[in-house]
Design a protein around this ligand. Sequence first.
Ligand code: CDP
Ligand code: MG
Length: 168
Amino acid sequence: MERTLIVFKPDSVQRGIVGEVLTRFERVGLKIVGTKMLQPDYDHYHQHYEGIGTLKTRKGDEIFESQLKSMLVGPVIAMVLEGVDAVETVRKMVGSTEPKSALPGTIRGDYAHVSYGAANASGKSVSNIIHASADANEAEQEIAHWFSESEMYDYEAVHEKFTQPKNS
Ligand code: CDP
Ligand code: MG
């Protein structure tokens, strides 16, 4: 079983769509093993987006700073989800970074439509609902950054009968 981090960004918390989006992950059988609401500071996001996510290195100062600014406007809801190939499964459900390019059926494609061009023209980053770890290495580092071991729980979900079939 693999674990991944998702963060409901301030736009999804403020739009009141957290429950709807979360339902999608529960429906496919991903298991919530940790969750909390919090409002992290600049340094926490600097480590998340550059120390781990290399956003400043990849996209430059302007996008990096506008992204941190957009995360700092309000609280977020962070979760650790567990399942078979959870990182890849969740990224597939989340869709492309730019809502305009995200396909219908994906979270970013179904709940947003803005383009980089439109967002950047107003000096903003794209509001795209949710963060999800990009790969297994990022997931491991992000989970350690956002959650302590004691904030994650081990329990049996009924889906496991189907997702982890035992040899009979
Ligand atoms: O979130 P994701 O892993 O898909 O993309 P990223 O390249 O790691 O970028 C992190 C976040 O920065 C994105 O989710 C966007 O909110 C923001 N971003 C942006 O506003 N404009 C860009 N050109 C690239 C990223
Ligand atoms: Mg990323």
